[in-house]
Ligand binder design. Structure first.
Ligand SMILES: Cc1cc2nc3c(=O)[nH]c(=O)nc-3n(C[C@H](O)[C@H](O)[C@H](O)COP(=O)(O)O)c2cc1C
Length: 188
């Protein structure tokens, strides 16, 4: 009877250990790091990349949203509000500024909007304290490439270390998953 009890306890302990390893979605160098994936997305491209990263590295995911949503109409957003905000350097009010204080590595995602991070991402970077944090930028663009967006982010997120960005055209293609994996391996 005693033997049976010991055997059951051992099996339980082993299984608890298994669950721990399985529940920890982070791998390699991310193991002991707290990760946040924060992103803004108007049309869904950046959202899909954010979700791919989240599936690979785990951690928490946070969607950055403006207090006043952008119109659904492309021209109204792109050539109306967003262009004006770009020209005036606006940092729009957010629905929720988020909180990066409990995290070591923050993946920050944005679509390229008028050669820059989207205004909402500028607000997110300015309104949070990034002192001592590592930022991994990722962005999606419509053909213009990476511009100086990582540098723009570094200026806004004072005291942070900004790694080189993951840059994706549109919503990516069949190669994107591989690129993401390679990039994540480099970071680790
Ligand atoms: C307001 C606005 C400005 C844009 N400016 C640029 C730009 O300067 N360079 C570029 O390559 N693409 C530009 N684009 C295209 C977007 O960066 C691209 O479609 C991106 O993948 C959209 O991401 P989302 O679907 O997550 O919103 C712009 C799109 C919008 C709506």
């Amino acid at each position: 009877m005693k033997k049976l009890l010991m055997f059951t306890i051992s099996i339980l302990l082993i299984c608890t250990g298994c669950t721990f390893v399985k529940a920890d979605n982070s791998q390699g160098g991310f193991m002991d790091k707290k990760i946040l994936i924060a992103y803004f997305s108007w049309g869904g491209n950046t959202k899909s990349i954010a979700e791919k990263i989240h599936n690979s590295v785990g951690g928490d995911i946070f969607r950055i949203e403006t207090a006043t949503p952008y119109p659904e109409d492309y021209n109204e957003t792109a050539y109306g509000i967003a262009k004006k905000q770009h020209e005036e350097g606006t940092k729009p009010e957010l629905k929720n500024n988020g909180d990066v204080s409990g995290y070591d590595i923050i993946f920050v995602g944005t679509p390229v909007w008028w050669y820059e991070p989207a205004p909402a991402v500028k607000t997110f970077l300015s309104e949070n304290n990034f002192e001592g944090k590592t930022i991994v930028p990722f962005f999606t663009h419509g053909g213009g490439g990476k511009y100086t967006i990582a540098e723009d982010m570094a200026k806004l997120a004072k005291g942070s270390k900004v790694l080189s960005p993951l840059v994706v055209y549109g919503k990516g293609n069949s190669e994107t998953d591989k690129e993401i994996d390679n990039r994540l391996k480099q970071i680790k």
